[in-house]
Design a protein around this ligand. Structure first.
Ligand SMILES: [Zn+2]
Length: 161
């Protein structure tokens, strides 16, 4: 495997995306809305910082960015197929006996993947449909070789050619 094009280190409690709950008004909301919003903001912020990038700023209906004149259809780092691997470190409960988070104390791997995939849309790639090869590993601090010492994630992206 060649070296990743982009390696992001994000700190903070990872949140999964996918568990919905009904509101009194009959709408569906993410069950962990506030935590999810915070986590996605951290992931996106880490990518913007690393790449020295900015959010697309619509210039009327011109379809180009008001800040850099790049068309919206090209306003991301990677424009082709992408491989994404995330190693998500979750807090280890005091009662955990296993070396791996295999209880309901953490979210499902695909929910972590969905949150990270969405958070990076429009920054590292245009659309998360570009991720043709995705992998999400959940681990406790210091267990996996890319685990952090505290909750967070190491996210690596490669261009697939
Ligand atoms: Zn721009």
């Amino acid at each position: 495997m060649t070296a990743p094009l982009i390696t992001l280190t994000v700190r903070g409690e990872p949140a999964g995306q996918g568990n919905l709950k009904g509101t009194a008004g009959g709408k569906l909301r993410h069950a962990n809305g506030r935590d999810l919003h915070d986590w996605r903001g951290r992931v996106r912020g880490a990518a913007l910082d690393l790449l020295g990038a900015h959010e697309y700023a619509a210039l009327g209906k011109s379809g180009v960015c008001a800040l850099c004149s790049v068309p919206k259809t090209q306003h991301a780092e990677l424009l082709g197929a992408v491989r994404l691997e995330a190693v998500v470190t979750v807090a280890r409960p005091k009662t955990a006996r296993s070396n791996w988070p295999i209880t309901r104390s953490s979210s499902d791997w695909d929910h972590y993947g969905r949150a990270i995939g969405d958070a990076l849309t429009g920054v590292t790639y245009l659309d998360d449909s570009q991720v043709v090869d995705g992998r999400c590993i959940t681990t406790y601090p210091y267990v996996h070789e890319l685990a952090l010492g505290e909750p967070g994630a190491v996210i690596r992206l490669w261009a697939v050619t």
